[in-house]
Design a protein around this ligand. Structure first.
Ligand SMILES: *[C@@H]1O[C@H](CO)[C@@H](O)[C@H](O)[C@H]1NC(C)=O
Ligand SMILES: *[C@@H]1O[C@H](CO)[C@@H](O)[C@H](O)[C@H]1NC(C)=O
Ligand SMILES: *[C@@H]1O[C@H](CO)[C@@H](O)[C@H](O)[C@H]1NC(C)=O
Ligand SMILES: *[C@@H]1O[C@H](CO)[C@@H](O)[C@H](O)[C@H]1NC(C)=O
Ligand SMILES: *[C@@H]1O[C@H](CO)[C@@H](O)[C@H](O)[C@H]1NC(C)=O
Ligand SMILES: *[C@@H]1O[C@H](CO)[C@@H](O)[C@H](O)[C@H]1NC(C)=O
Ligand SMILES: *[C@@H]1O[C@H](CO)[C@@H](O)[C@H](O)[C@H]1NC(C)=O
Ligand SMILES: *[C@@H]1O[C@H](CO)[C@@H](O)[C@H](O)[C@H]1NC(C)=O
Ligand SMILES: *[C@@H]1O[C@H](CO)[C@@H](O)[C@H](O)[C@H]1NC(C)=O
Length: 371
């Protein structure tokens, strides 16, 4: 009887454990310069994720859309009108390196992006506008400041839509660097006019965000439409961006990162020591199958289970059914809540950029439609 019970407990714990790990990680949008927020779970190590097999959902959260896996990587596909995709890491890095191997999505009005972004809206970007398959833009933001439009960098890349290239951002407290296929294409120092002498230099713990989204939709401002290369031609769906792998290195080690006060400076970030959940997840051994757990129990236990099963079976079925119903109900509620949050977040992410684009375009006005 005892064995039967612990066996059940074991498998139940496994199921419940997975659920808890996921909910724990569901971050809310909270700007720590305005209010007290939960600490940011650290990556605290270096790891390369191959995107050709399912990403661990404890570490990566597909906020909108779905990923389509192929042998070469994960496709971020805009399949229907106005759809978008957004993948967000559940972990944060406090300075570090992000190396993304990407094929951009081609198509007027479509934007592919791979960015680092913090809770107080520091940001380090790679962005590809879908009408130009021979270039990528570098950019950065500090504390969500979008008042000026002079930070974008423009870099040539051959066949950015049909070939993977290595886009690497290096970020420490002294400087940011953007590298393409091993070549340094841009450096921004901590203290220069562009960063408002450090004040708007990205310096708080960042998540990795990967997105393929349409800017060229009806109702969009003229400036933003021009930046993206005009309206999306929805007869041309699908629009596909592919990521083959991403390497992320956290220069800090610890369990999590906390904002102390509201300055948003790196000096105000407290590194809480300990092992990060990310490290634990990355190092975890593959789960034992149910059959292996059963075999591990031994013969005596097996007999106990057979006897106990007859008695407990009916009770269990009733109880489990009830538990499932509860889970389903709370799952649905959680999903509904998440959908709202995620829509809000994507909108914020896009809006903040689009505000900036407008001023950028006013000052540049260099858009050339592509035939
Ligand atoms: C704080 O919140 C207010 C109201 O939501 C907003 O207007 C303001 O921009 C926020 N400040 C920061 C630093 O996020
Ligand atoms: C994923 O890519 C790696 C490296 O290219 C390769 O070794 C591995 O077999 C691929 N896995 C799948 C499932 O295609
Ligand atoms: C594409 O981007 C590259 C790099 O910024 C630039 O040199 C090229 O002129 C752009 N092409 C078009 C068609 O805008
Ligand atoms: C925002 O940036 C502009 C220039 O880029 C700067 O003049 C201004 O002081 C910044 N605002 C804040 C709140 O840092
Ligand atoms: C990608 O570029 C970075 C920066 O140059 C480099 O450190 C890294 O080794 C490159 N990755 C591959 C797979 O070549
Ligand atoms: C950045 O700093 C390096 C030395 O640390 C210097 O050589 C370079 O000129 C600086 N760049 C800018 C734009 O200030
Ligand atoms: C797509 O978005 C545009 C602009 O908001 C809207 O006018 C259009 O009806 C939307 N289309 C669909 C299919 O939702
Ligand atoms: C938070 O910052 C204050 C000074 O601004 C400092 O005295 C205090 O020790 C810091 N707390 C932690 C936990 O780092
Ligand atoms: C971190 O992990 C190591 C190795 O797994 C372990 O020895 C150590 O006790 C852990 N530290 C904490 C604070 O949990």
């Amino acid at each position: 009887m005892r064995s039967w019970f612990s066996f059940l407990l074991l498998s139940l714990t496994t199921i419940v454990g997975v659920t808890n790990a996921t909910t724990e990680y569901t971050g809310t949008t909270c700007n720590p310069l305005n209010k007290t927020c939960d600490a940011d779970p650290a990556l605290g190590t270096e790891h390369t994720w191959l995107f050709n097999s399912t990403l661990d959902s404890d570490l990566w959260d597909m906020r909108t859309g779905t990923l389509d896996y192929t042998s070469e990587g994960a496709d971020f596909i805009i399949k229907t009108e106005n759809a978008s995709t957004l993948l967000v890491s559940n972990f944060y890095i406090f300075f570090g390196v992000m190396e993304a191997h990407v094929k951009m999505a081609k198509g007027a009005g479509i934007v592919s992006s791979v960015i680092l972004q913090s809770d107080d809206l520091d940001e380090i970007d790679w962005e590809w506008v879908g009408y130009n398959t021979s270039g990528v833009q570098s950019d950065f933001f500090g504390k969500g400041n979008t008042t000026t439009s002079d930070r974008g960098g423009y870099h040539a890349v051959a066949n950015a839509d049909t070939e993977f290239h290595n886009y690497t951002s290096y970020w420490d407290r002294d400087r940011m660097e953007w590298w393409i296929d091993g070549d340094l294409v841009r450096t921004v120092n901590y203290s220069e006019p562009l960063t408002v002498y450090g004040k708007n230099y990205p310096q708080t713990p960042c998540q990795v965000k990967v997105s393929n989204w349409p800017v060229g939709v009806k109702g969009q401002s003229q400036g933003n439409l021009e930046w993206g290369g005009g309206l999306v031609d929805w007869d041309d769906v699908p629009f596909t961006m592919t990521v083959s792998k991403i390497r992320v290195q956290d220069f800090s080690t610890g369990k999590e990162y906390k904002y102390n006060g509201t300055t948003g400076t790196y000096g105000s970030i407290e590194v809480v020591s300990g092992n990060s959940t990310a490290v634990t997840v990355i190092n975890k051994k593959p789960e034992k199958t149910l059959a292996q757990k059963w075999a591990d129990l031994g013969n005596g236990a097996h007999i106990g289970v057979y006897v106990g099963a007859a008695v407990a079976g009916a009770l269990m079925i009733a109880g489990f059914g009830f538990w499932c119903m509860k889970q389903r109900r709370s799952g649905r509620l959680q999903r509904a809540l998440n959908d709202d949050e995620h829509t809000a977040e994507l909108t914020t992410l896009e809006q903040s950029k689009l505000r900036w684009r407008q001023s950028e375009l006013r000052s540049k006005g260099s858009y050339q439609p592509v035939p």
